[in-house]
Design a protein around this ligand. Structure first.
Ligand code: GTP
Ligand code: MG
Length: 315
């Protein structure tokens, strides 16, 4: 057998030529790491090669990728560097371990008017505060997919937080996205903006609404999930690479399979469940009160707290 050449890109994998590589890239499998974690039958389906050939390609990709190991202690040191954005509510901050964390994705889901967007506005302001005041001393990239961004709200919240309202608005880079294509691109092209503008928080409000609107019907579910997967992975990568916080909002639907208890489940299924580090379920209570439930967190117990949506923001 001839000596194998080093595998650096998709085209270097056995059985993967430029055409097959292009198909994989179009489907979002654009790196050796991604090939390494793709099931052979899925790879075969996407690219049209045989399952056997796909098995060989996946195996070669797994062998080619380099993993770096670190000790638990090194990892813990890194954890201590993690920044936190105060939500404006002491109780909510405590519930989630100090605030919305960097290097991870925080998701809020709930019905309309449950406060998901308002919480986004609050942290878009608070992220700009100095670290000792519950901020990250940074700016914000805000993807508005529903047209519900309200500069007036940012103004009131900023005033209450002691930030110049015009400055606060100046520090929020707003993208109004009308299609999933635009939404995906906004993150794909964000590297330069993040570095130049010192972005420390990315908000996607909402992550799922355009995907739901564009991919209707059973037949398109696979494509929707695959695009959503690609998008949220990109968010994870940015969050890790630039040590920034990510906040996404999500709608809910009724799961008819649940007979007892609350039938409300977030959209997007496992893809989002796995990607979000912290999940918050928000519910309307009396008047300005909202109940926030911590559903999933790697290091905090589940629990609930009550917040208020006031003219000055979250309290
Ligand atoms: P959807 O996007 O529709 O799914 O809902 P959401 O969860 O994003 O709701 P949002 O965060 O926009 O919350 C809306 C609620 O916030 C309203 O019902 C109001 O009760 C409250 N709210 C919005 N603006 C103000 C305000 O200026 N003052 C006060 N006190 N409450 C406000
Ligand atoms: Mg909203």
């Amino acid at each position: 057998m001839p000596k194998e050449k080093a595998i650096r890109e998709l085209e270097d994998l056995p059985g993967i030529g430029p055409t097959t590589a292009a198909k994989l890239k179009a489907a979002g499998i654009d790196s050796l790491d991604k090939v390494a974690i793709t099931a052979p039958h899925e790879l075969a389906e996407i690219s049209g090669i045989s399952v056997d050939a796909a098995k060989k390609a996946v195996q070669a990709a797994q062998e080619s990728t380099t993993l770096t190991y670190e000790t638990g202690g090194q990892f813990y040191d890194k954890r201590k560097q993690i920044g936190k954005i105060s939500t404006g509510s002491k109780d909510l901050d405590e519930l989630i371990g100090g605030g919305i964390e960097t290097n991870g994705i925080t998701e809020s889901y709930g019905r309309f008017a449950s406060g998901k967007t308002q919480l986004g506005f609050q942290i878009a302001v608070n992220a700009q505060l100095p670290r000792e005041k519950g901020g990250l001393d940074g700016n914000v990239l805000f993807l508005d997919t529903e047209g519900t961004f309200r500069p007036e709200r940012i103004e009131s919240i900023a005033k209450a937080a002691g930030i110049n309202p015009e400055k606060a608005l100046e520090n929020i880079m707003l993208v109004r996205t009308l299609t999933t294509e635009q939404q995906i691109l906004s993150l794909e092209r964000a590297d330069k903006l993040i570095q130049e503008k010192n972005i420390k928080l990315i908000i996607i409000d909402s992550l799922t609404s355009l995907f739901r609107a564009e991919f209707v019907g059973r037949g398109s579910l696979g494509e929707r999930q695959q695009k959503l997967n690609q998008h949220i992975h990109r968010l994870q990568t940015l969050s890790d690479k630039y040590s920034l916080a990510a906040y996404i909002t999500n709608q809910v639907m009724d799961n008819p399979g649940i007979m007892f208890g609350d039938p409300t489940v977030p959209i997007g299924g496992n893809i989002i469940a796995h990607a979000a580090t912290t999940r918050l379920y928000m519910r309307k209570s009396k008047e300005e009160k909202r109940i926030v439930r911590l559903v999933d967190s790697p290091n905090m117990p589940e629990g609930e707290c009550i917040i208020k949506i006031t003219p000055d923001g979250i309290a």
